[in-house]
Design a protein around this ligand. Structure first.
Ligand code: ADE
Length: 269
């Protein structure tokens, strides 16, 4: 899978992508990541990428032109003047002809706090693509024409405002990569992760069995696979009910799960 990341700060990605699972996935050829510096596509001696907002107000807005040109170059989407037979020429004027790009070969995702919320289901959906383009916004915002006429999707990683979309892009690359076959090696199973099942994960313990007087639950030492599996399922349900009851309404629950949850006082809404 290939990620093309459009940013004013490509160096931000060097550290996070040079270690652990992402680094392994890169060297195993499971993913390729290419950052594109949007500034390289800005015109003029100073290669300006932002400007004052029309209508006034504080902050700067990222100009559309460098972003369009960076994305079109990387994705080989030629921008051509709309022909006379095109319906959308209605908006074109003599001074400013209308340019349209050839269709995107992959999702072009604008990272912004206004996007659809990112979660494990969206990660799984994105992992189904061979290529993703991620546009990292900065400053106060991005010219609306990027959202309207270039991006095909807009994603937020949470209800808070980051200084830019770079950290959001890293989160998406990480969450998507770990779902790709081979990315975690043989030892780990993403299917068991918190959220993958629609529930929070059960608690984990490793050796020693007693640490500073704190003991590992007896059942995990029993070697009884069936009872361990049941304990894990119960803990997963118990934890989800305590911390994220909103998830239970959407989770796939069996009869036994419902019986157990009822003992904890939960009723199916
Ligand atoms: N850029 C700024 N804040 C963001 C957020 N919460 N998610 C995605 N991109 C962002």
């Amino acid at each position: 899978m290939r990620f093309d990341i459009f940013t004013l700060f490509p160096a931000m990605f060097e550290g996070p992508f040079s270690d652990s699972i992402i680094a392994r996935a890169l060297s195993a050829g499971i993913i390729q990541v290419q950052t594109h510096n949007v500034r390289d596509f800005a015109e003029g001696k100073h290669q300006v990428t932002d400007d004052y907002p029309y209508g006034g107000g504080g902050g700067m807005v990222m100009k559309p032109d460098p972003i369009f040109r960076a994305v079109e170059a990387a994705l080989e989407m030629s921008a051509r003047q709309a022909g006379a037979d095109q319906a959308d020429t209605a908006q074109a004027t003599e001074e400013e002809p209308l340019f349209i790009s050839t269709p995107a070969p992959c999702p072009i995702i604008l990272l912004s706090p206004q996007g659809r919320p990112f979660d494990q289901r969206v990660a799984a959906e994105l992992a189904g693509h061979e290529r993703l383009a991620l546009i990292c916004g900065r400053y106060e915002g991005v010219d609306e024409r990027v959202r309207l006429h270039l991006a095909t999707d807009e994603i937020s990683i949470g209800d808070y405002v980051l200084s830019g979309g770079e950290l959001a892009a890293m989160v998406i690359v990480d969450a998507v990569t770990r779902l790709l076959p081979g990315a975690l090696g043989f030892e780990a199973a993403p299917a068991q992760d918190s959220h993958a099942t629609g529930l929070l994960e059960y608690p984990h313990f490793t050796r020693p069995p007693s640490f500073r007087g704190y003991h590992v639950p007896e059942i995990l030492l029993s070697g009884h696979h069936g009872r361990v599996a049941q304990w894990r399922r119960h803990e997963s349900l118990r934890r989800t009910l305590a911390r994220r009851p909103d998830l239970l309404a959407r989770a796939v629950l069996g009869k036994k799960d419902l019986v157990f949850l009822r003992t904890l006082g939960w009723e199916k809404p």
